[in-house]
Design a protein. Structure first.
Length: 454
């Protein structure tokens, strides 16, 4: 039912199908001093080599499967010495220099700040950083995974140490944000008291609400943004509610501080988004809409997701293009009974080239034709889809491009890294394309070395 509605949304404009079919980089002129160089020419050689190795693994099933198994194994508690990164310094060094540096920003705030600086130097508008700690509910195994889960929660304590620690680390991260940077927060990272409230459909603990308020206020003062990450479905309804309440408070008077994250692979997303669009319209605030496909394929209940990848793609494109047209889920457009379109700011986080370029093309066309649209930026994960990210940068101007990066200790990030690898199990065609582009760039540089003798 939901996927049918999304397909209908894609067809609201006669140009909808043509936008997707005609998605290419040819609709804009390239900019920059070396317009003929490939987009990946700006990658430092060390980063190119590391990306090449990572893509070789993620695009090759017989390499990816044992890699996922290895990462999943070393994520488990009470590991033997040889496979414990907290005790085995050789393993920690190897993981830090390879997988960690490819996908993560840093173990300390100083390392994270340096990574953010390198992203800006390569042309990105800014970085979306997120602390690696989270709690994941595995529906298939009926188990909860996450740092601190085993310790339980003391509801009698006046101050929850887990929430206090999470608040302190997030506030420290806010201090390194520059104007336009974005902080993504995983609410479940604050520990069992928070996850139990979310799972039960109860209000978050007052200590957590105060922490979210303080973080939001500091982000606003830094002229940065806070993105509430989507998480396991056991917790997601409460997370969306918490994000909406923060938007009602902070997304006013021309400011868009808070964004909620909506997962296109869920059949329930159109209904959830429609409710929040209505709240934004009725409440007179701006809805911060970050759209992703979804990152919990391996752990969420399968029946909650669309039946096929194509259905998920259709759902993503329907929401993205509908928002850009200001005609979405009964809001905007000329249909009888449609409500006015509320104030919306859009972040399209995607590695799907067709979706991203279709959105870029539509946004550009509407600006050129003087038609209404919404402000939009694009985002891809650090270490992934670099050819797409740098290709967007080469177009110049709006929309701007961000890289998303996780920070935290190596041990904290292992779960994140395992999930990234699991996601790529279902994206072999995309990673094969990326691998081919990376190989082409590596050969181009080698040929130049032999041709010039340098």
């Amino acid at each position: 039912m939901a996927s049918t509605a999304c397909k209908r949304l894609s067809a609201q404009s006669p140009s909808g199908a043509s936008v997707l079919r005609g998605s290419s980089l040819s609709h804009l002129k390239r900019v920059g001093p070396d317009k003929d160089a490939p987009p990946l020419s700006v990658l430092p050689t060390g980063l190119l080599c590391r990306s090449l190795v990572a893509s070789a693994v993620t695009s090759t099933p017989w390499l990816l499967t044992p890699a996922i198994s290895f990462l999943s194994y070393i994520c488990r508690p009470r590991r033997p010495f040889l496979l414990d990164v907290r005790r085995n310094r050789a393993l920690a060094w190897l993981m830090k220099q390879t997988v960690y540096k490819q996908f993560c920003a840093g173990e300390t705030l100083a390392e994270t700040r340096a990574t953010m600086g390198r992203m800006r130097d390569m042309g990105f508008r800014g970085t979306i950083i997120t602390l690696a700690t989270e709690t994941v509910f595995d529906h298939g195994k009926n188990r909860v995974h996450g740092l601190g889960v085993e310790s339980g929660a003391d509801k009698r304590a006046a101050i929850c140490p887990a929430i206090a620690s999470w608040r302190k680390r997030i506030l420290e991260a806010v201090e390194i944000l520059s104007e336009g940077d974005q902080l993504a927060v995983k609410i479940t990272g604050a520990g069992p008291l928070v996850t139990e409230a979310l799972a039960a459909g109860e209000l978050l603990p007052l200590q957590m609400l105060d922490a979210l308020d303080e973080i939001s206020t500091r982000c606003k003062a830094q002229k940065a943004h806070m993105l509430i990450d989507a998480e396991s479905q056991l917790y997601q309804l409460g997370i969306l509610r918490a994000g909406l309440e923060l938007m009602q408070k902070y997304n006013r008077d021309g400011h868009t501080v808070i964004y909620n994250t909506y997962q296109a692979y869920l059949k329930s997303t159109p209904a959830s988004l429609a409710e929040q669009l209505a709240a934004a319209l009725d409440g007179g605030f701006t809805l911060g809409l970050k759209l992703v496909r979804g990152a919990y394929l391996a752990t969420d209940k399968r029946s909650l997701m669309h039946d096929s990848k194509q259905d998920t793609d259709d759902a993503y494109n329907a929401i993205a293009l509908g928002a850009l047209r200001q005609c979405l889920l009964g809001f905007g457009g000329t249909d009888e009974g449609a409500r006015p379109f509320p104030s919306v700011r859009l972040i399209l986080a995607s590695h799907n080239r067709e979706s991203v370029l279709a959105a870029h093309k539509l946004h550009t066309q509407r600006l050129e034709q003087g038609l209404k649209t919404v402000p939009v930026v694009f985002a891809q994960l650090q270490g992934m889809s670099d050819s797409l990210s740098f290709g967007l940068l080469r177009l110049g101007g709006a929309p701007e491009v961000y890289k998303c990066s996780t920070w935290g200790s190596l041990d904290e990030c292992l779960g994140y890294l395992a999930r990234r690898a699991a996601e790529n199990r279902d994206a072999a065609s995309r990673t094969r394309d990326e691998y081919a582009v990376l190989k082409a760039e590596a050969w181009r540089r080698l040929r130049r070395v032999f041709a010039t003798g340098r």
